[in-house]
Design a binder for this molecule. Structure first.
Ligand code: BGC
Length: 393
């Protein structure tokens, strides 16, 4: 859709709203006085703000028939808000973040962003590929985290909105230059968000490169399914479909072991409150200041497979995560420390949000036994994660 057409959609939707009538997301027919049912599914795109170096950042809003609404900005392909109903049907935003653009530039711990080129850590920012050593930007003590100093979360992506049989969506594209943050190859990546009428947010990742490189894209939304109603996520009940996890050293780099979760506080095969064992005297929990680990998903074949389920008992909201990825980073928001003031003036204390980042394992380029994260010219990287929002009665 062209920029002009998008503006027409925005205008048409606004006119329809003002007239108390509705139109389809992609309809550009002028509003008439014919009575129509209220606006349901829609998408809009318009200017949001500008980066400090003057690039314009757009805001895209997707909404489905149930009223589930996702706001996304082109900076970092970031999910700004996600409104879903609770068991009484009340909509609330279940993500952490900011009301305005500016703090996303220098205060955000990756709230809602797509992280890349490599999500999570690469030890000492170094890896060898085809006999050549590459040195990446280091931004997490001596390690490389989430793509470096200026990762994909701090880049402006190009947006193309669409409506198709699955729902309404936006495809965001970013071309990462050869050598950016130390990575080899020009990498063209796109991330497509599709909001369906089944209350699913489908995230499709796709990338190609002109030189061999490494790649690990993920989505870094911090969820709190209680919306504005709870300060911490410790009462959320979590199920992770994983028999093993990857223990870490004291800089949060995997040791290489795939350790069984059985008999440890990392066993979430049966739904368990996040807070039930987080304070246990366990060396791995101490290293992460809580949960900050990659679980090895139990899966059959390469397709979409259930990774996680979460229930917030007071509101009844549920979240289910399915993915084609081999791992999931469950991060219990341990490094939030009450110094960030987010949406609506709310201060975010430790563990006020959690992330479920579907991914390849951290530091895979230095662990030949882990599933490979190498992408070569002529290959197409494809990955899908589906977030399903529901309620338990
Ligand atoms: C990492 C944490 C890190 C956080 C940054 C997570 O994906 O696993 O260690 O602190 O991102 O917000």
């Amino acid at each position: 859709m062209t920029r002009l057409a998008r503006q027409v959609v925005v205008a048409a939707a606004a006119a329809a709203l003002a007239a108390g009538c509705s139109r389809d997301a992609t309809s550009t027919t002028p509003a008439t006085s014919t009575p129509m049912p209220p606006i349901k599914t829609y998408l809009t795109q318009g200017p949001f703000d500008r980066t400090p170096d003057g690039q314009s950042v757009d805001l895209i809003t997707l909404r489905n028939q149930a009223g589930v609404e996702v706001r996304i900005m082109t900076y970092g392909a970031t999910i700004l808000s996600l409104k879903t109903p609770d068991r009484a049907g009340a909509l609330d935003d279940i993500t952490l973040g900011f009301d305005t653009f500016a703090p996303y530039v220098d205060k955000s711990p990756y709230f809602g962003a797509v992280v890349g080129r490599y999500g999570n850590r690469i030890a000492k920012g170094k890896f060898v590929l085809d006999g050549q050593t590459y040195t990446l930007a280091t931004n997490n003590n001596a390690n490389h985290l989430h793509g470096g100093v200026k990762g994909f979360d701090k880049r402006v992506w190009k947006a193309d909105t669409f409506q198709n049989v699955s729902g309404v969506g936006v495809k965001l594209t970013y071309t990462s230059a050869d050598g950016e943050e130390g990575y080899p190859g020009t990498l063209t990546a796109d991330v497509t968000y599709t909001l369906t009428d089944k209350n699913q947010l489908i995230v499709d990742y796709h990338a190609t490169t002109d030189k061999a490189t490494v790649l690990n894209l993920t989505q870094h939304t911090y969820f709190n399914l209680a919306g504005g109603k709870a300060n911490d996520i410790l009462g959320h009940e979590l199920m992770l479909n994983a028999d093993r996890y990857t223990p870490v050293d004291d800089t949060l780099i995997p040791t290489g072991e795939l350790a069984p979760v059985a008999g440890t506080p990392f066993d979430f095969r049966t739904a368990t409150a996040i807070g039930a064992r987080i304070g246990q005297d366990n060396e791995q929990l101490k290293r992460g200041k809580g949960y900050d680990h990659n679980w090895v998903l139990t899966r059959q074949g390469d397709g979409l497979s259930l990774a996680a389920r979460v229930l917030e008992p007071t509101t009844g909201r549920t979240l289910e995560v399915s993915t084609t990825e081999p791992g999931i980073q469950f991060y219990s928001g341990n490094f939030l420390d009450g110094t960030i003031t987010g949406k609506g003036g709310r201060v975010y204390p430790q563990r006020s949000g959690f992330c479920l980042e579907t991914q390849h394992f951290p530091d895979s380029p230095n662990h030949p036994t882990f599933p490979s994260t190498v992408l070569r010219p002529g290959q197409e990287f494809k990955s899908q994660t589906v977030f399903t929002f529901g309620v338990a009665k």
